[in-house]
Every structure is written in structure tokens, then in C-alpha cells.
Design a protein around this ligand. Structure first.
Ligand code: ZN
Length: 128
């Protein structure tokens, strides 16, 4: 089965998800989801509108993860439609993002390894 392709341009998305104001008016609650720590959280539209404005779009936005302290990942935005979540991303944007997410995961794994090694070193020192 062919993978369902993503929209090619911002204008291919339904008008009710193209801006924060449109989502608010439609009662749509977008979901922020981090591809590294896998935390998923509804977006506080009122708060975001106060910061960014009603005309701001979440399409192709990938802010640094603030869902988990110390996470090096980037957040993806999704919107609910027909009982499932759809990415607020266009096709041309996905490839380099997959690459960047992979790098973030590698960096996180390296950081965890380092902490474990340091802990092991400390344990060895304490034993002496
Ligand atoms: Zn994260």
C-alpha cells in the first residue's frame, strides 16, 4: 500500500487549520508531539495566540521540545480530522526533518551514555 502523501503546500490544508485564529474559531485543538521523548500534549491556543497572533500558522513549525526538561527533540504539530491525527507539515519539509530528528535522537543517546559512564566511574571510585 502506498504511503499517504502529505500536502504539497500550505494552501492544500483545510482553511480551518491554516492559522491559530482559524483553529480557535473552529474549536480545533492541535496536538504538539515530540518525536524524541514521545510526549504528546494539546496546544494551549489562547496562550499561543497571545504570544504569536491569530494569523500565525503551525504548518511546518518545529520548535524545540519544551514538553520534557532537557529533551533535545523538536515538536511536530498535528490536528485531529476524521478520528485521526494529521501532521501540519507539507511533503517538501519532511525529509530534512527526519534527518534532524535522527541526529537529535543520536545526541540524546550519547548524552545518556555519558551520564551512565560517569555514574559507573563514580561507583568504581566509591568502591575503593
Ligand atoms: Zn521531547
Amino acid at each position: 500500500m502506498a504511503r499517504r502523501s502529505l500536502p504539497q503546500a500550505d494552501t492544500d490544508f483545510p482553511s480551518w487549520v491554516r492559522t491559530l485564529g482559524a483553529m480557535k474559531a473552529q474549536g480545533v485543538v492541535p496536538i504538539a508531539w515530540c518525536t524524541v521523548c514521545h510526549v504528546q500534549q494539546p496546544v494551549d491556543l489562547d496562550k499561543l495566540i497571545a504570544i504569536k497572533s491569530v494569523g500565525f500558522s503551525l504548518i511546518n513549525r518545529r520548535p524545540a521540545c519544551s514538553l520534557t526538561t532537557g529533551c533535545l527533540g523538536r515538536v511536530r504539530f498535528m490536528y485531529p480530522a476524521h478520528g485521526c491525527l494529521r501532521a501540519l507539515e507539507t511533503e517538501p519539509c519532511t525529509d530534512w526533518r527526519i534527518e534532524r530528528d535522527w541526529r537529535a535522537r543520536q545526541a540524546m543517546a550519547a548524552a545518556i551514555r555519558q551520564v551512565e559512564e560517569e555514574r559507573e566511574e563514580k561507583r568504581k571510585r566509591d568502591r575503593r
